[in-house]
Design a protein around this ligand. Sequence first.
Ligand code: GAL
Length: 913
Amino acid sequence: MKNVFLNNYIFISALLLLMYSCKIPSVNIDDDISARQSTSIDSGWKFYKYEKLQDADSLIYDTRPDYVDTKQVVPADAKPTEAVLKKNNSNALKPWIMPTGNDFISNPKKRFKRPKGNPGNDFAFVQKDFKDSAWTTVSLPHDWAISEPFLEGWDANVGGGMGRLPSPGIAWYRKKIFIPKSDQDKSIFLDIDGIMSYAMVWVNGNLAGGWPYGYTSWRLDITPYISPGEYMQLAIRVDNPPNSSRWYPGGGIYRSIKLTKTNSVHVAHWGTFINTPEVSTKNAKISFELTLQNDLKEKARVKVKTQIFELDARGNMQGTSLAEMVSDQLILPAGSKMTWKDTTHLTNPKLWGPPPAQVPNRYMAVSKVYSDETIIDIYKTPFGIRSLNFDPEHGLLVNDKKVYLKGVNQHHDLGALGAAFNLSAAKRQLEVLKELGANAIRMAHNPPDPKLLELTDEMGFLVIDELYDSWERKKNPLDFHLIFSDWSEQDIRAMVRRDRNHPSIIMWSTGNEVGEQYTGEDGAAIAKRLRKYVLDEDPTRPITASMNYAKPNMPLPKTMEVLSLNYQGEGIRNSPGYSHLPGINTPPLYPDFHKAFPDKMIISSENAAALSTRGTYIFPVTKEISAPVSDTTGGDSRSNYVSSYELYTAPFGSSADKVFESLDKHPYVAGSFVWSGWDYLGEPTPYYLARSSYFGLIDLAGFKKDRFYLYQSRWRPNLPMAHILPHWNWKDRLGKITPVHVFTSGDEAELFLNGKSLGKKSKKDFQYRLRWDDVLYTPGELKVVTYKNGQFWAENIVETTGEPYKLELIPEQKSIKADGKQLAFVQVKIVDSNGRTVPNANNLLHFKLNGSAQIVATDNGDPTDMTSFVSHSRNAFNGSALVILKSRNEGNFKLTVSSQGLQEGSMLLVAKN
Ligand code: GAL
């Protein structure tokens, strides 16, 4: 086998090219799979997790600092603290892991050499002949914790913050793959989308490398460790520390892995960069870079041809090539890399832009590498043509048109499915966000699964791709601050190099509320270092980091082009009802930032942190427009629920109404990202005993909270809609004050209780809801009729329902692919004899499936429900529950849901190929 490549970049100019032309044959794009094969190796892994940490092997990446787990409930905006020193440990395997990141270290002198020796090779689990048949068989993406029972109570080993599931731990994955003799001269790689965390990979007993940060995608060159003609044994050790995250990280190989085989001369890993420096509807200039890698011990002569094709809405390539770039002959020295750059133009390009005003059109660049007349590599790069301008006064312009950012923050988990990435579940999340009217997503606080960015490209979301939640200072004792000094260059370059061709990404964020906001010039120096790495990889997008503490006169904001403010814009703990609370206290800072940085665009990268439990209403209701949750305002620390009047917040937060007012009073702010779009696992502020968040506009199961409609009324002003809260089933409130609030995209509304008008109200300036706060409860019908500009606009009716009577099943899909991956989501509603959902019904449900399919998970969106996600029985929560199904086999299957005393519900689903 040949040598591993040398890692020297050689940026060539046209002058370096040998100036001879040659005829390049025209070949169908997909005609030569021998050029490059990238195959999923997600199925058939063997898995073993140590039950107790003390039983685990000692093949550690690095020693971790001692710390005391105080199980404290630290507020999200607490000041991050200094790292605790680690002890040296000569047994640590870090020196063998560091070389995996060499491709992302720009200074050749700083790259790592693999030390001598082969640690771990005498350990049974890495050896070829180890019998792993007793281990569990799993498929990737795999999250080892999500199907486990919840850990309850104040003293649980994993508390509310990390989602009460056993994601910490040490485990092994093994898989055998046959490598045919014909691969003798190939370069062979593992392309890993993400492993949570501290992954270390042995190939045929050799420690080949690894990567500690769980959210980075990375490539491992395994060529030197395999013998073609034989089975290759992979063994991957995964180590997820306790107290390492402020949310549920998941555990294990939670994203996909591909085995990629190329010829020795090939397009390098993430080896293309496409951007569009000049864009109009008449013409677009496309700037293209392609990095070639020569793994041979001798020099290679190649040529490259790149053709541009249009993609349809589903991503299929259309027609013939629209433009073409052809290189002269390129000479790659032995073991080297070289970047070829060229530009081309497209006339009448179809631009990429966010709906509804624009269309997310996409193109595909297909690059073929030729050695003489033979195609030796084919590499495809989807991209979009669009211009971005970040205007300090007018906000974001996409293709010269203003786009107000209607954004949400999203964590990476998929609710009851955990961290294991699933395309249909991710798509479902985005579809509900579209319905909401959101056009932007901040990936809080880490690079997402790469397939999520394919979806955001396809659906036209604007994305902030973010790297870390902490730099050198820590938020949790064993969070990723431990690897920051060793890995920040590699992680950030990996994020940008992987993601820079996505038209959906509009800016890079290097961090979230990092402790370095507090460390003056030292913190700013780190920001500048990270910024430099990003600019090397992509000079076309602005760089930011979210600040909840740094003020305009501090060094950190000076380091960024776009100012991302978390909560500071509308002020933190400064309004009545909040000012007595301990913690950061800041007046509204948009004007100060705008004045200090007249040349920088401002966004509200996090705001609100409002809290609610779907369908739960707690009395009395505050008369304020925003109040911190407590047992006397909107909260109930016995049930651990927060009222859905949508006025209550975390101590540092503000209700949606207050946020909207602040944004409307500062129109130069380019838009905002609410914390959060969907509920997520972990961080159950304000109730540590719960297991998932209260921040979402959408609950963990995907059911809309009332707040969804408040945002929809603002973000989709042309959609006629009206929404009444609360529900009207209040047996114990006869004659009691029961406020009624209405969210509408209209400007005026009249409320009727049992046909009698309770008055017409219109929205005043900076008013976002209409409220009838003195309604005395009497059962029956509440109806609101809304108007816009004096014309009828929309209406909504809420009725007192009868008792629970039967179960109704609402499938979100009628058929799915029988591939064991695509999911069907079925909503279960408890309805009365008139078919109306009973809004406070929590009956125990039993789910049964006949036929060739499987119940993957069930949920109900209740953050306090400790029923395991894989349970086939669970209570409905406020009228609703969710069942998630999949199938490997074709056929019809029948889902039946039953509950004592209720008429059962059933439905047929079809799985086909
Ligand atoms: C912010 C933080 C988020 C989340 C949010 C709500 O301070 O950046 O990650 O914790 O608070 O608690």
